[in-house]
Structure formats: structure tokens, C-alpha cells
Write a protein that binds this ligand. Structure first.
Ligand SMILES: Nc1ncnc2c1ncn2[C@@H]1O[C@H](COP(=O)(O)OP(=O)(O)OP(=O)(O)O)[C@@H](O)[C@H]1O
Ligand SMILES: [Mg+2]
Length: 302
């Protein structure tokens, strides 16, 4: 039986959790709430593939890339989409977050990237959620960054290996590591869209210009299809002036590129990592789960 975390959180209000119901006045004060829109329910699919490939990317660490990859993926599956998640970080947090003990695996994304005879089909695993598959990663992948340098068409390596499975899925989400190195460039070269998770705190804004510049370069030189799908505000806490101000500045700078969905800061997310499950199954009625469902609707509407 699947374990659910809902009950645990209902007993008491956590200090970092936003107030559940804010009145109209509070809504005026909260720039994220003011931008919220009702989104249409996605249409069911009659057939699957070829996948839209999205890189979840920000060279800043700990901004919610992995959390967003898992939970956007799981929410898309709830809407009947078939989803493949690619762990492109040698830390393997995506794999761990889905309960896959990747450190013990002999074959991971590393083998698919580096060995011509190994296909993604040989290394992918299914998760506890039907329709959600994973290509795991572990520390082996750290060697790929160096080894790929001498490969022919090194930036297109991931794109080539994804071709084997693209027709089976509706979405392929790539969880990038916190760097703009060759693996991340591979993700940007393979992708049609980039989602940029951005923590609502002052230093977050600094790196975005460099990231946007890298995305532009990849678009010009390697992948004309590439677009920014959206900037996703994460770890948002409407009660702090600082957080609201950072969010307003992000919207000022990037306008409609910022998703209307905002992910609140809540301890439910660290809990899900321990549980090895997405929030949509761990705490299906939580505000975090419904936020990622809203994000999935926005992504489906793009
Ligand atoms: N909305 C949130 N509220 C509170 N904590 C969160 C939230 N989203 C993520 N976290 C926690 O913050 C930490 C970093 O999140 P995550 O691993 O998703 O970031 P990341 O960008 O993938 O990090 P890295 O750059 O190291 O790969 C994790 O412990 C995660 O559980
Ligand atoms: Mg990560």
C-alpha cells in the first residue's frame, strides 16, 4: 500500500507554511497570488509520443530543479501523459527521490552516453508510478563530462541517445546538475523547452542572465528549436517582504515568461525525498501537490 504523508502535516501548522486562506487585501499584497489564473483541464490523449523534451536547468544549486522534475513529471502522468525522467546529475538525487538506489546500479545514463552498444532502453527503469519511467544516474556520470570532450559531436550525444525512446513518451524531463558544463549543454541541445526553477531570494537573480545567455548561444549554434518554457518561482513564502519583492522583480524582468504557478516553501518537499515519492502520491491533497498539477496544466497548454 502506498504510504501517504497527508495526515502528518494536518495536525499542526508549520511555521513556514503560508496561511491557507488569505483575504482580498492579502491577495493585493501578494504578487504571486495576484497573478494566479484558473487553468483548463488538459484534454485526454488517444495516442502517445513523440515526446516534448524539457530541460530543468539552473546552474545555481538547491533551487528546486530535482524536486520540480519529479513532481512535474508525476503531475503530467496524472493527466494521462507518459513521462520519462532523465537524471543528468552525478549526485543522483532524482533517482534517490524516486526511491531508486542508483549508487548500486551497474548501468546508468553514463553507459548509454558513453557506450555505442548501450541504448537508453537498457538502462531505464520503471518507478512505482505507472507511466513514469526513469533513467538513473550515479557518480559514474561525473567522468562523462571529461570523456565527452573528445567525442565527435559531443554536444549532441544526449540528443542521439534520446532518439531511441522519444516515440514512447509524451514528455521527457531532464534534471540538470548545477553547472553550465558539457552535460547541461547536452540537455539544452536535446531539448525544445527549458524550465528555469528560481528560488525567491536575492542572489537567485544574479545567475539568470548568464543562464539566459547560454540558452541563447545553444539556440544560435546548436538547437534553433530551443525556447524558454518558463521561469518557475520556487520556495516562495508570501509572508516575507523579501520574497515578495524578489518575485515582483522577476516578473518585472521576465513578464509572461514567469509561470503563473508558484511553488510555496514547505517542509512537505524535503519529506518526499525521504519517502522516495513525488508529493502527488505522498501528500496528494497538499498545496504542494496541487501547485505541481497547476504547473503541469501550464506546461500542457504551451
Ligand atoms: N518548495 C520547496 N519548499 C521547501 N523545500 C524545498 C522546496 N523545493 C525543494 N526543496 C528542498 O530544497 C532542497 C533542494 O531542492 P532540489 O534538490 O530540488 O534542488 P536542486 O536545484 O535540484 O539542487 P541541486 O542544484 O543540488 O541539484 C531539497 O532538500 C528539497 O527537498
Ligand atoms: Mg538536483
Amino acid at each position: 500500500m502506498a504510504i501517504r504523508g497527508d495526515a502528518a502535516g494536518q495536525a499542526f501548522a508549520l511555521p513556514t507554511d503560508p496561511e491557507p486562506e488569505m483575504g482580498a487585501a492579502a491577495s493585493r499584497l501578494d504578487p504571486a497570488r495576484a497573478r494566479m489564473r484558473r487553468l483548463p483541464d488538459p484534454k485526454p490523449l488517444t495516442q502517445h509520443g513523440p515526446a516534448r523534451i524539457i530541460a530543468m536547468c539552473n546552474q545555481k544549486g538547491g533551487v528546486g530543479k530535482t524536486t520540480s522534475t519529479i513532481n512535474l513529471g508525476a503531475a503530467l502522468v496524472e493527466y494521462g501523459r507518459k513521462v520519462l525522467l532523465i537524471d543528468l546529475d552525478p549526485q543522483g538525487a532524482l533517482s534517490v527521490g524516486l526511491g531508486v538506489p542508483a549508487q548500486n546500479l551497474d548501468r546508468t545514463i553514463y553507459n548509454a552516453l558513453m557506450e555505442r552498444r548501450t541504448s537508453l532502453k537498457d538502462v531505464r527503469v520503471s518507478t512505482d508510478i505507472p507511466g513514469l519511467d526513469l533513467v538513473p544516474s550515479n557518480i559514474d556520470l561525473s567522468a562523462a563530462e571529461v570523456q565527452l570532450v573528445s567525442e565527435v559531436a559531443r554536444e549532441q550525444t544526449l540528443m542521439r541517445v534520446l532518439a531511441d525512446v522519444r516515440d514512447e513518451y509524451d514528455y521527457i524531463l531532464i534534471d540538470c546538475q548545477p553547472s553550465l558544463g558539457l552535460l547541461t549543454v547536452n540537455a539544452l541541445t536535446a531539448a525544445q523547452g527549458v524550465v528555469i526553477p528560481l528560488e525567491c531570494e536575492f542572489f537567485s537573480l544574479r545567475g539568470v542572465a548568464l543562464l539566459v545567455d547560454t540558452i541563447e548561444k545553444v539556440k544560435e549554434r546548436l538547437n534553433p528549436e530551443l525556447e524558454i518554457s518558463g521561469i518557475l518561482a520556487t520556495m516562495y513564502d508570501a509572508r516575507t517582504v523579501h520574497c515578495r519583492e524578489v518575485f515582483s522583480r522577476v516578473v518585472e524582468a521576465f513578464g509572461d515568461t514567469v509561470f503563473r504557478t508558484v511553488i510555496q516553501r514547505t517542509v512537505r518537499f524535503p519529506e518526499t525525498t525521504v519517502a522516495g515519492q513525488p508529493i502527488t502520491t505522498w501528500a496528494p491533497t497538499s498545496s504542494g501537490a496541487s501547485a505541481y498539477r497547476d504547473l503541469a496544466k501550464e506546461v500542457l497548454a504551451l
